[in-house]
Ligand binder design. Structure first.
Ligand code: FDA
Length: 515
């Protein structure tokens, strides 16, 4: 008794005992002068920050060496504090920066983000704290014909993104980011630093789409670069209901998944106010595309595969692959250095959900979806639909932990963003997106209703501990995110983190086999 040392004091003492020469400013303790700026540096979703029901970290560590990361794990154990790693801070439910109760430490890898591109070998070592924008910039600058297949938003961190799968405009040609990860350096729950060889193939499998947070702290990724032509072609064609949007989207479901692998056409649907439309509301569907080739190659391809869209030469723009990254990020015409800006673009709240569609939705189905969207006045609900097919249909469901492959026509992300921080406003938006998700049930995958772990959704369920944790998760979020791979993920977790040191609201429960 009589010991009044706080867990944060224990952690800090432990850390500097290991690293007497470490700069003191790499640790920010809650309520200290530096804490807020470091803590808030890359938080994307204000909803979790302003909520009174979330717990903020006691400490944010920004390691400058790999051994600082190892020590953070060791000292987290000594102090009895959980450790959560943060890279880009884009987690949809804030699991890298808030908890629903337990006290914890954030290890933020912002200082571990060096990128070394080896053009000759076609690989790059990337510090996990780098953003996708930093990766694209460095790869694109190193070679005009090298690229990397991952998400569209440049401020997304590679740490969370790649360990959750990660896909964007090249997924039909080259698969997910995780499919193109060939090695990694990871600190495990014992504080050991491992690479692909020493961690074993089952952990390396799990880190490719199983979500990194359950397994360790990835410090660096070795990525396989992909080849892109010197010129790619982009287009954005928008259609409203009076311009035949429904029939075109209906048709898109049949063709987008079967297109040439070089062609990616996603669609984005939302309601808008239209004075000329019945009821003053209409729907806009944007057909938004990257083609890995020239305009001359694209036009006949579209004429053959999707003539209904009526794509014109004047709709298409040729550019370098790096310029296409800027285009999809909404930075057309800007200097590529904008990709190096890590600051959050919006000081806003958002909520998203996801689905996979395996059977085309009928015209009548789309019409009822439109009626639902148009009734949601003032609700900024957007449906972003990414086509699958191509190589995604040819990689086996078990090749890596990311399981969503053959048979998926497209992924839907339902997304809402708002700027008010009032809790009643937030609740209203959350209610709408939940109703939307409920409404969509007949049209999407079933048993399980699949979801994408990088579009994290706490409504699917929470991780529990103890006997029954695996079974409960299998029936909800675990089975939905990981399908048939969930059991293997839980077994890997049981091997590498049996006492569940790395945990969060949806971390994989350890499945331990008794002999
Ligand atoms: P963050 O740092 O919040 O981490 C997310 C999770 O991963 C946390 O649980 C964290 O602990 C864990 N983690 C982070 N770094 C780790 C590491 N080094 N080792 C182990 N675990 C780690 N997705 C997509 O596939 N395609 C897309 O186009 C987009 N676009 C997009 C746009 C915007 C605006 C947002 C907010 C998000 C996306 N995403 C996306 C989703 C994105 O892929 C997802 O949120 C990632 O998990 C974010 O990774 P960060 O490192 O940024 O987040």
């Amino acid at each position: 008794g009589g010991d009044t040392t706080t867990p944060q004091e224990t952690f800090v003492k432990c850390f500097f005992d290991h690293h007497p020469d470490a700069p003191t400013n790499i640790i920010s303790v809650k309520n200290s002068a530096s804490y807020d700026a470091v803590y808030r540096s890359n938080i994307q979703n204000i909803r979790l920050l302003v909520s009174s029901s979330t717990t903020k970290p006691l400490i944010v560590v920004t390691p400058t060496t790999e051994s600082h990361v190892q020590t953070s794990v060791t000292c987290g154990r000594v102090a009895g504090l959980g450790v959560r790693v943060r890279c880009g801070g884009h987690d949809y439910e804030g699991m890298s920066y808030v908890s629903d109760g337990p006290q914890f430490v954030i290890v933020d890898l912002v200082n571990l983000r060096s990128i070394a591109v080896d053009v000759k070998r076609g690989t790059a070592w990337v510090g996990a704290g780098a953003t996708l924008g930093e990766v694209y910039y460095n790869v694109g600058k190193a070679s005009p014909t090298a690229g990397f297949p991952a998400g569209l938003c440049p401020t997304v961190g590679v740490g969370g993104h790649i360990t959750g799968g990660g896909f964007g405009t090249m997924l039909r040609k080259y698969g997910t980011a995780a499919d193109n990860m060939v090695d990694a350096r990871v600190v495990d729950a014992q504080g050991r630093l491992l690479d692909r060889k020493s961690m074993g193939e089952d952990l390396f499998w799990a880190l490719r789409g199983g979500g990194g947070a359950s397994f360790g702290i990835v410090i660096a990724f070795k990525l396989k670069l992909v080849s892109v032509p010197p010129k790619v072609t982009v287009f954005s064609v928008s259609k409203t209901l009076s311009q035949n949007a429904t029939a075109l989207l209906h048709r898109w479901q049949y063709v987008a998944e079967k297109f040439d692998d070089n062609l990616f056409v996603r669609t984005i649907a939302q309601a808008f106010n239209d004075g000329a439309a019945p009821g003053g509301r209409s729907i806009q569907v944007l057909f938004n595309s990257l083609f890995l080739g020239t305009r001359q190659q694209l036009l006949p391809l579209m004429q053959r595969s999707f003539p209904e869209l009526g794509l014109q030469d004047s709709d298409c723009t040729e550019m370098t692959w790096l310029e296409s990254v800027l285009y999809f990020a909404g930075y057309s015409g800007r200097a590529p250095e904008v990709l190096l800006d890590r600051r959050p673009e919006f000081n806003s709240s958002f909520k998203a959900k996801s689905d996979f569609v395996r059977e085309p939705i009928s015209v009548a189905g789309w019409e009822s979806i439109w009626a639902f969207l148009m009734a949601a006045r003032g609700e900024p609900l957007v449906m972003i639909m990414d086509p699958f097919g191509g190589v995604m249909g040819r990689i086996s469901e078990t090749s890596i932990a990311f399981p969503h492959r053959k048979g998926n026509l497209f992924n839907i992300q339902y997304f809402m963003r708002w700027f008010e921080t009032d809790s009643a406003v937030t609740q209203g938006h959350l209610d709408w997106i939940r109703r939307m998700h409920g409404f969509m049930a007949p049209y999407v995958s079933k048993n399980p209703r699949a979801a994408y772990v990088n579009y994290k959704d706490i409504d699917l369920g929470r991780s529990t501990e103890g006997p029954g944790a695996f079974t409960a998760a299998s029936r909800s979020w675990g089975g939905q995110y990981f399908l048939g791979n969930f059991k293997r993920l839980a077994s890997v977790k049981g091997r590498v983190d049996r006492d569940n040191f790395f945990k969060n609201e949806q971390s994989i429960p350890p499945l331990v086999w008794s002999s």
